[in-house]
Design a protein around this ligand. Structure first.
Ligand code: CP
Length: 318
């Protein structure tokens, strides 16, 4: 299957964020990912576009889904893939990120996929790197491929994104997933509502074009999609609410609150889930949940991103 024709080709060296992309760029990635999803459903899943190229997964923060799906995506595209273990590397001896990347480039790295605790780390690398840089999550700033795979999953189920009501519930302030979702969904025409405790969902987010409410029932009632986020303890330097128990009591998605959720609304979560905190386990595993489909779609989206940034043409995907 070939993607629908689009008005402009991909012309960016890196994927650093979704804020700087337009609706056409986003649609191009989603359409290209649709072609790669079809490839992932074939008996023979490997295709040649990245043959001879070297992709390095440089993850300086933990990851399960993003790291493994980038690794698999690069392998499916026939690249050579190296997983860089920060814990076992010379970063532990004080080598800088810049020197690390310079050395990886000396080994002919073509693509460096970076996850880092510092917001802006991939943008910093992009200032000097020869390799293509892909942001796999930088601090609380952005997680662009998560925003893309979430948009892909919504579009696949609902047939569109424009006009949908999407509620993002939880720790918005410290969430890079929230920011990438907000940028992608607003650019593609969705109405985005943010909900959670006032300390984690400040009114300043309205300046991005979102609705902010601290009333959970109001946030859930008209939602076509409910995207739940975990509490990002690792980024909170001060306590933002009294206890996890209180968070769950006020904002956790439980069976009683599912009566406010439309029966055809999608329940999403980027993972990892804290079962029994932001969502009860049986809802995460229930009929409205598309959480594991998000993971499946992450592979196709990451194949599309690797393909496009390395110069692939969307009409040649698949
Ligand atoms: N959603 C997400 O980024 O998960 P990982 O941290 O496991 O990659």
């Amino acid at each position: 299957m070939s993607p629908a024709p689009t008005a402009q080709p991909w012309n960016r060296k890196h994927l650093l964020d979704l804020q700087s992309l337009g609706a056409e760029d986003l649609t191009l990635i989603l359409d290209t990912a649709r072609s790669f999803k079809a490839i992932n459903e074939r008996a023979i899943k490997r295709v040649p576009p990245l043959r001879g190229k070297t992709v390095i997964n440089l993850f300086v923060e933990p990851s399960t889904r993003t790291r493994i799906s980038f690794e698999l995506a690069a392998m499916r595209l026939s690249a050579d893939v190296i997983n860089f273990s920060a814990e076992a590397s010379s970063l532990k001896k004080g080598e800088t990120l810049r020197d690390t990347v310079r050395n990886l480039e000396s080994l002919n790295a073509d693509v460096i996929i970076l996850r880092h605790s510092a917001s802006g780390a991939p943008h910093y690398l992009a200032r000097f790197a020869r390799a293509h840089i892909i942001n796999a999550g930088d601090g609380a700033h952005e997680h662009p491929t998560q925003g893309l795979l979430d948009a892909f999953t919504i579009r696949e189920h609902k047939g569109r994104i424009a006009g949908l009501n999407v509620t993002i519930l939880g720790d918005i302030l410290f969430s890079r997933v929230a920011r990438s979702n907000i940028w992608a969904l607003l650019k593609l025409g969705a109405n985005v509502t943010l909900c959670g405790p006032p300390t984690l969902v400040p009114k300043v987010f309205e300046q991005m074009g979102c609705r902010v409410t601290w009333n959970l029932e109001e946030a859930l009632r008209d939602a076509d999609v409910v995207n739940l986020l975990r509490i990002q303890h690792e980024r909170q330097r001060v306590t933002m609410f009294p206890s996890l128990g209180e968070y769950t009591a006020l904002f956790g998605l439980n069976q009683a609150r599912m009566k406010w959720v439309k029966p055809d609304a999608l329940i999403m979560h980027p993972g990892p889930i804290n079962r029994g905190v932001e969502i009860e386990g049986h809802i995460a595993d229930g009929p409205q949940s598309v959480i594991l489909e998000q993971v499946t779609n992450g592979l196709a989206v990451r194949m599309a991103v690797l393909f496009l940034v390395t110069g692939g043409r969307a009409d040649e995907a698949g």
